[in-house]
Structures are given as C-alpha cells and as structure tokens.
Write a protein that binds this ligand. Sequence first.
Ligand code: SF4
Length: 452
Amino acid sequence: MKQSLEKSKDLAHRQKMNHALKQSDDAFEKGKGQFSDLELARDWANAIKRDAIMQLDTYLCEFERKFTSRGGKVIWAQTADQAVEAVKAICSRHRAKTVVKSKSMVSEEIRLNQALKDGGVEVVETDLGEYIQQLADEAPYHIVAPSLHKSKEEVAQLFVDKLGTEPELRPDQLTQVARKVLRKKFREAEVGITGVNFLLADIGGMVLTENEGNGRLTTGFPKVHIALTGIEKILPSVHQLSLFLPLLATHASGQHITVYNAILTGPRKADEADGPEEMYIILLDNGRTNILADPTARESLYCIRCGACLNVCPVYKNIGGHTYDTTYSGPIGSVITPHLNGLKDNKHLSYASSLCGSCTEVCPVRIPLHNLLLYNRQQSVAAGYNSGMEKVMFLTWKKMMLNRKLMNAGSGDVKNWVFKVFVSKIWGKDRELPMFPKKNFSQQWKARRQQK
Ligand code: SF4
C-alpha cells in the first residue's frame, strides 16, 4: 500500500513507464495490421484454448507419451517445492556448478535461482532484460520486458558498478559487453534451463519463441536441458502455431513474428550435430488445478503471457511491477495470484483496479479479465475477508440508495461534512472527495420543472 502510494507520486518513474509503454503501444498498433480480422483470430484462439483447458488431462498425457517416446523425460510437480527439488536433483546428478537460464516466469514463481544458489550452483540469466535484473538483484518488472522500468542511463551505470565498464557506453555497446560475459557462461554451464511458450500435444514438443537467440544457446550448449512450464501452456496441435505465434508476437512486442522460434521434441539424436544429451520437461501445477476446478476462474488458464494487459492497465502504468509483490503483475497477476497463493493474503490485488476493461479489450485469447477481478472480489466478500467497517459502510450505502427519503435527508453541506470527517480517512488523502450539491436531486428536479 505504502509502496504503491509512493510509486504513484514518483513522476520520474511515470515518465519512464509512459515512454516504454507508448513505444509498445505504437508497435502493437502497427503490428496488428498483419491480421485481416483480428477479432476473428481472437475468437479462434479463445476456442482453441478452451478446448485445450477443458481436456487438459488428455492433452497432457498425449504430450507425455509422445515426448517420452523420443527419450525426453517428463516430471510432474504438484508444488513449487517439488519442482525445485527435481531441478536440484538433476543438477546434483550432473555435478552442475553453473546453470544458464533463459527467460522463465515459472522459475521466478518457484524461486528457483535462490534455491540453486543456496545449493552452491551459479545461475546466470541469459535474456538481456533478465540479466540486467539479475545484476541489479531485482525481480522482473514485467512478464515480457523484465527491465522495462530502467532507462539506458541507469543500465549503463549498473554495468559500471557491476562489470566495471566505461560510463559512456551506448546500448549496443552494453549489449556487446553482456554478450561477451554470457558466451563464456554458455560454454561453462553443465545445465541449461528454459521456460516454455507452448507445449504441443500431438507431436510431443515444446515451443520456445524469443528475439535474442539466448534460448537456443541455452538448449544447445549444455549437456542437460530442463524446461519449466505451467500445465496450462498446452496446445492440442502443432498446426495451431500458425495462429498463436503471430498472435503472441504482436501482442507482446508488436512484431509480426518473433525472431527465433524453435520446436524441441527431445534430446539430441545420434545423427544430430547439437542439442542436449538429456532433456527434461517439468510440468508444474502449483495451484493451477484449483483454478481449473473453478468454472468461472478457469478462463484465466487461457493466458499466453503476452503482457498486453499490463501495457494498457492504468494501475500497472502508475505503480509498476514490483509494487504488486507477486510473480505475475498487472491484471492477469491480480486475477490468478489469489488462486495460486491464497485469497486471504492476495485479495487486495483484485481491488487495485479501476475496472476500465482495457485489459479485457486487448487480451488476444479473450480472457474477461475485469469480470474475473470482480469475481475475486465477490469470493473475498463471500469468504468474509472484508473488514467490519467496509461491511457497515456498504450496508448503510445500500439502505440509503434504496430509500428516497434517506437519500434526501440532510443538506449538501451536512453530507459534505460527514464525508470530510468520517469518510475521508478511508477514501485516501490523495483522492479528491466527491462534493454534494447544496440541493438534493428531488429539490433540483422540482425547481427545474417549475421553471418550465
Ligand atoms: S491475460 Fe491475456 S493480455 Fe494478459 S498476458 Fe495473458 S494473454 Fe496476454
């Protein structure tokens, strides 16, 4: 709460966010022109994801059968701890000292870096944005653009502090510095860890889509590849990528298609030049089946993590990613976190919304995000998590709104005084209180009719 109040008043932060998000907005406006009928594409994507989620068990088992038939290994992890233990066990079997990792929000969700570090394994982020965040010892700020909130000057200073570079380096020169450091790590690492953009049931494959090529190096150099994914990332068929890859690219970064798109179907075969000797895919539940069991919340599992709902959210734009204090920020984070991490401790997230509906309007898979935020609020009230004061206030409000005499009682001055003395404390000192007119509605109406 305190942090969000501070952030919303931080004009320098707002300027950086507006600049970055304006660029992404412009790119999206241009990029979406590639669809002759974007609305139809969104309907189609929604229908495919609905089918995938409604038959999740069937598709996941089909994926496992096909993937393991080519020598890949599948690990089912019900909790974050189980996923972490599985990764640690693989690293320990291979005596891994260094792990390279490409972008993976699931690894953030299970707090993998810290767990590996505690076990004496060095984890190196290889996505440039993630690498910057790792140098700064910060969590990602955005699910697609981890260091969105940093200006180029701040990144340059970070490199000076952590890598001893010259202060006047340009962004392309800083990228070269990072590349040099990371190339060495790719060669040293025994294990590579990646996320997954899509799982493909019919061919038993996983898709990695990225712009830097670091994902390819992470899966190509080390002897062992571990892919971490939530169970909801499944698509029934490889043929559906022709819809989902452009849809994801456009909504994430305004591109027609992301630069590097790889489908991985198992470890290296005898006649192949590169690839890992062992390949594991960890399928993480960690609360997702709670969402699946709820017919209303279930739609949030359609998410393809494009980040578009964050980009358009007035709350995210003002308070930024870290203020949420959750792995997934923005509207989708506020929708799923109470289901993943408990409603009681996370109910406030669903209240931090203007319910403007911009998130729902932009979502490529048509998740009704603002309705799901309202749904979380309903659940929170039904569970009795709201304060006694709030209950009394709304009961009073309801009683008054349903009774004309009560609504008209007291002059505007009296009502303004009541609001100033009693309501202003909970209304928030930075918000302007609504002002009641001197005459109530009935008096104004009567006067108007008399004038005619
Ligand atoms: S909820 Fe929709 S808009 Fe938001 S990240 Fe997921 S797919 Fe993208």
